[in-house]
Design a protein around this ligand. Structure first.
Ligand code: BGC
Length: 520
């Protein structure tokens, strides 16, 4: 019996029949909690590593230095030793995502999310109870494995299970949870910083909430029809398809997934396959989107925001105001994206945001360049408010564009045969950049380039917007298993990489099979 729901009608009339069923919405909400964990981890480290109790226990050297030096305004976060503590999570995550590629393909999206949840729970316990540095780092590594597995499986799960017409909006629930996780973490840190000497333990332990939510979620959701069919469970796949689409008329979509999975089954080396010429467009786009997402400068701005709020006069509460204001803008603007991504499309959001991000960064650079020196913040109240408004303008446009779309687009553009491998590369590049470029390089650059770093980022925003204009195809309202035919083969530039007649697949012997791609 199909579940109830209301119909989604396609403008072009080519859409598969699908209702927005409660089971789809609930499954997506549960799976998306995987994003909470990533966001919480991103948001919690900075606060914890500035708590004296934490430093005194694990990094006494750093604590001594902290109280000796009078740091420049721009250099507060330039500390390589501590960055390594932060980085251990991301390094583990980027390695784990390759194992997760195997499990998402062989064991399914749902089980991979469950594995992520278990990693998270053990990691949180080790961190919260840490007695020495080894225990602390071991916990961070397990959390990183959780991030690797969750960021691999969740975006794929969401993109596959969602009806085409609202795929973008449901996928962005992942990023919405990332932003909620960041906000929640900053608020927790604000509260626990006042609890001595174990406030940091509470900060690290509260990650248990998202960890348990994801684990429970993964226990209750159904796997995606695409994954079930890919693993040979055809009947179950069809039954799930009927349930989630709220109709018995699923034959066309079912056949399309069966065909995609037939091709996928022949692939023995997904990563080698990913490197083939015909998969070049998706690979290039996935990697570039991650590079561009990080080179918007979002994380440098988020780290730097508390310093700016300091200059507003909220001396001791600067970090709270900063967290609440930028964090709330981040969450609310992500909602704008949930609503509009399937209406106005991915390209429109990215292009509009490009203008907003460029202008806000140039204004921030000019004001800071003229008004702020290393050790004095002679920014008058009026100018400081101007900068804060520009920071919010920047964060909001990031939140409805590069933030969510950096995850959405790679998860929906790869064909089934390379989807897991493609997502691994996406997660790996994201975490690699986050670790080395953002955590290590950008924060040192902020210290040396000072306000000019925002000029640097605005130049990148220009580059990425031009790229979107010419090279990023629109994927709105295109069924996920039809991307090759309806998007890549039609694109003025990328179509040259699409081999029309033959479908080459690297099989187990390293030989190349040719497929004519006929329908079953
Ligand atoms: C990015 C993170 C960033 C966050 C901000 C995510 O999509 O991957 O690097 O901190 O958005 O909301």
């Amino acid at each position: 019996m199909p579940a109830g729901g209301f119909s989604v009608s396609a403008p072009s009339g080519v859409e598969f029949e699908a209702k927005i069923t409660p089971i789809v919405i609930i499954s997506c909400i549960m799976a998306a909690t995987g994003g909470l964990m990533f966001g919480y981890d991103v948001g919690i480290s900075g606060g914890v590593t500035s708590m004296d109790d934490f430093l005194g226990k694990f990094f006494p050297e750093v604590l001594r230095k902290k109280h000796q030096d009078k740091e420049s305004n721009y250099c507060k976060y330039d500390n390589q030793g501590l960055q390594l503590f932060t980085s251990s999570l991301y390094l583990a995550g980027l390695t784990a995502t390759f194992f997760a590629s195997y499990t998402t393909r062989r064991l399914g999206r749902r089980l991979t999310m469950l594995i992520a949840g278990v990693f998270f729970i053990i990691g949180v316990i080790l961190n919260g109870a840490a007695q020495d540095l080894a225990m602390l780092i071991a916990g961070r590594i397990l959390l990183g494995c959780g991030v690797g597995f969750a960021n691999q499986a969740v975006p794929l799960f969401l993109s596959e299970i969602a009806p085409t017409r609202i795929r973008g909006g449901l996928n962005i629930l992942f990023q919405l949870n990332v932003t909620i996780g960041i906000l929640f973490a900053s608020l927790v840190n604000y509260g626990t910083a006042k609890i001595h000497p174990w406030g940091w333990r509470l900060s690290l332990s509260l990650a248990g909430i998202p960890a348990v939510l994801l684990t429970l979620g993964a226990l209750f959701v159904v796997d995606t029809p695409n994954s079930l069919i890919e693993r040979g469970h055809l009947d179950e796949g069809k039954a799930v398809l009927k349930r989630i689409r709220g109709t018995d008329n699923v034959e066309p979509e079912f056949n399309e997934i069966v065909e995609a999975s037939r091709i996928a089954q022949e692939v023995k080396h997904p990563f080698r396959n990913l490197l083939q010429r015909r998969n070049r467009p998706q690979l290039v786009i996935a990697v570039l989107l991650q590079i561009f997402q990080q080179f918007t400068g979002i994380n440098a701005i988020m780290f730097y925001a508390p310093v700016l709020f300091n200059t507003l006069g909220f001396k001791s509460d600067a970090s709270l105001y900063s967290a609440v204001i930028t964090g709330a803008v981040n969450v609310l603007s992500t909602l704008v994206s949930v609503y509009s991504v399937d209406r106005v499309g991915r390209r429109m959001l990215l292009l509009e945001a490009g203008v907003q991000m460029f202008l806000s960064q140039v204004i921030i650079a000019v004001v800071l360049g003229i008004k702020v020196t290393d050790h004095s913040d002679n920014l008058s109240h009026g100018w400081a408010i101007m900068v804060v408004v520009m920071v919010c303008t920047f964060v909001s446009s990031f939140a409805w564009s590069w933030g969510p779309l950096g995850w959405l687009i790679p998860s929906e553009t790869f064909p089934l045969e390379t989807r897991s491998a493609g997502q691994s590369v996406t997660v790996c590049v994201n975490l690699l950049l986050f670790t080395f470029v953002i955590a290590q390089a950008f924060l040192s650059m902020l210290c040396h380039l000072k306000y000019a770093i925002f000029v640097f980022f605005s130049a990148w925003v220009l580059v990425m917007s031009v790229f979107v204009l010419f090279f990023l195809p629109e994927t709105k309202n295109v069924p996920i298993e039809e991307m090759t035919e309806r998007v890549w083969k039609q694109h003025w530039f990328w179509k040259r990489y699409m081999d029309d007649d033959n479908h080459h697949i690297v099989n187990g012997n390293g030989k190349i099979n040719a497929n004519n791609g006929a329908s079953v």
